[in-house]
Design a binder for this molecule. Structure first.
Ligand code: ADP
Ligand code: GLC
Length: 493
């Protein structure tokens, strides 16, 4: 079958710029698609904070981007995804992308995000035109890319790009990108698109909704989340729009980059290990205990957390459960994260209150995230909602048993332990309550102390899971081909 030309347009991509798992997904899937022989490229903004990993070269010709009253300009930087030949282009523009933040900024409500990301969408398309490289498929990610398929369906419909199909991946329906209607004019879209069956929601432009209505095919990042978002409870106000498009919506579990996330080679770990020989994991645990000034005790169960501190992640449940848990159980807990200030304060307080048993680091630290995955015995993820979740998969690969709430991708990736049975890769609970979480922490703790062989069996099964993109990249390729057929009438055989 013929190779496809696939363009990823994205607000984040690992290892250049990362806020959460979207960056990991966009940094990993193209690698696998390239291995399958496809011509994949990536476009992302060159924020002030972008890490210039590898060789960067500026394209000679400035990029004219047709937005606003007069053409605006970008400088295009070209590099490759490390370890591949996948071109990654970064658009530099002082008005839109100079500041370091990806989504937030000094404008409180981030009031310029509509313009910034309309610029990204039109800029990515202008780059295709400039390079005379017309993709078969453009794969957009979350609300920041919602206007791109609208452009292809309207103003660019009669250009060669008008035949390009679009795939739109919902990574998180909670963030929809509301903006004033001015963005319609700024993006030079027909005014008529500002309507209920399209961009409009509650008198504003809803960029997520724009993507949902206008893309050829939709995906989300796990089958369970694909079902949840069709319901009023999980639809965040867009369930009706999603039900309207349900025939084109597919849930595909994210893969992980298992070369980068490999305890046998991870350079962030002080010692390496594998399922066959876990000695190195004990050394990682000791290093983690030292990092957080915990008692260096090899036989106390150490629970780790690496997370954005957002309500979605349910860490308020952990905060609420903490006093009882720390009092009743002989455990240690370490947390790395940032976000909600109240939660930051609570976990910092806990590190003081349970000195030597509890450690907190506020901030974003990719290396420490890996040490926590390697050095912990269990990984705590009590998410209220979790479209896919990558950290529970990293945990399992590192022999660290996930403790998760049964929601979204956590249902699809973690099998619950059944005592006395050779089954399970972690501990699962259902109610979003501090009590249910505390009980499950207790269950994991008791398994660690009282049934070490069963705990070891869980570890072996967790480490034997294959979460790589080798399995699921093919599902995306199938979808790309169907999308091309739907768009052009011709299956790209
Ligand atoms: P989400 O995208 O909702 O935050 P995921 O589990 O999909 O959740 O992905 C989170 C990614 O961000 C993982 O790679 C995780 O290691 C990383 N991460 C989250 N918080 C931090 C942090 N404070 N420091 C370093 N890495 C973090
Ligand atoms: C979002 C979701 C997370 C998912 C990630 C990558 O940030 O919150 O569950 O794993 O995107 O798709």
């Amino acid at each position: 079958m013929r190779a496809l030309k696939i363009l990823f347009v994205t607000p984040e991509v690992e290892p250049f710029v990362k806020v959460g798992g979207l960056a990991d997904m966009v940094g990993a899937l193209p690698k696998e698609l390239a291995k399958l022989g496809h011509d994949v490229r990536i476009v992302c903004p060159a924020y002030g904070s972008v890490k210039r990993v590898g060789e960067w070269r500026a394209l000679e010709t400035p990029l004219g981007v047709d937005v606003g009253p007069a053409t605006q300009w970008a400088r295009t930087w070209e590099t490759v995804l490390p370890g591949t030949r996948v071109p990654a282009y970064f658009l530099e523009n002082n008005d839109h992308f100079a500041r370091p933040e990806v989504y937030t900024g000094p404008w409180g409500a981030h009031q310029d995000n509509d313009l910034r990301f309309a610029f990204l969408c039109r800029g990515a398309l202008a780059l295709c035109q400039q390079l005379d490289w017309i993709p078969d498929v453009i794969h957009g990610h979350d609300w920041t890319t919602g206007l791109l398929p609208v452009m292809l369906n309207t103003t660019l419909k009669d250009t060669p790009l008008g035949r390009t199909a679009t795939i739109y991946t919902i990574h998180n329906l909670e963030h929809q990108g509301y903006s004033p209607s001015r963005v319609v004019e700024f993006a030079r879209l027909p005014r008529g698109e500002f309507q209920r069956d399209g961009l409009e929601a509650g008198g504003m432009v809803n960029l997520m909704k724009a993507g949902l209505y206008h893309s050829t095919k939709l995906t989300t990042v796990s089958p369970t989340y694909a079902k949840e978002i069709l319901t009023p409870d999980g639809g965040f106000g867009l369930d009706a729009a999603l039900r309207f498009r349900a025939g084109d919506l597919v849930g595909i579990v994210n893969g992980i980059d298992d070369e980068s996330w490999d305890p046998a080679h991870d350079r962030a770990l002080p010692a390496h290990y594998s399922a066959a020989d876990l000695h190195g994991k004990a050394l990682c645990k000791a290093a983690l205990q030292r990092h957080f000034h915990l008692e260096e005790n090899p036989v106390v169960p150490l629970f780790g957390v690496v997370s954005r501190l957002a309500s979605q992640k349910g860490l308020d449940l952990l905060a609420e459960a903490l006093p009882a848990v720390m009092e009743r159980m002989e455990i240690q807990l370490v947390l790395l994260g940032s976000g909600d200030v109240r939660l930051e304060n609570t976990f910092q307080w806990a590190a003081q209150a349970y000195r030597g048993r509890c450690g907190t680091q506020i901030g974003f630290d990719g290396k420490l995230a890996r040490l926590i995955q390697g050095g912990s015995d269990c990984f705590v993820m009590p998410s209220r909602s979790e479209p896919c979740g990558l950290t529970q998969m990293y945990a399992m690969r590192y022999g660290t048993l996930p403790i998760v709430r049964a929601t979204g991708g956590l249902v699809d990736t973690v099998q619950n332990f059944e005592e006395g049975q050779p089954r399970g890769t972690g501990f699962v609970f259902h109610a979003a309550t501090a009590g249910a979480l505390a009980d499950t922490l207790g269950w994991a703790c008791a398994t660690y102390y009282d049934r070490p062989q069963e705990f070891a069996g869980l570890q072996q099964r967790a480490m034997a899971q294959d979460f790589s993109w080798r399995h699921n990249a093919g599902q995306y390729v199938d979808l790309y081909r169907w999308a091309v057929e739907q768009r052009t009438g011709v299956y790209p055989a």
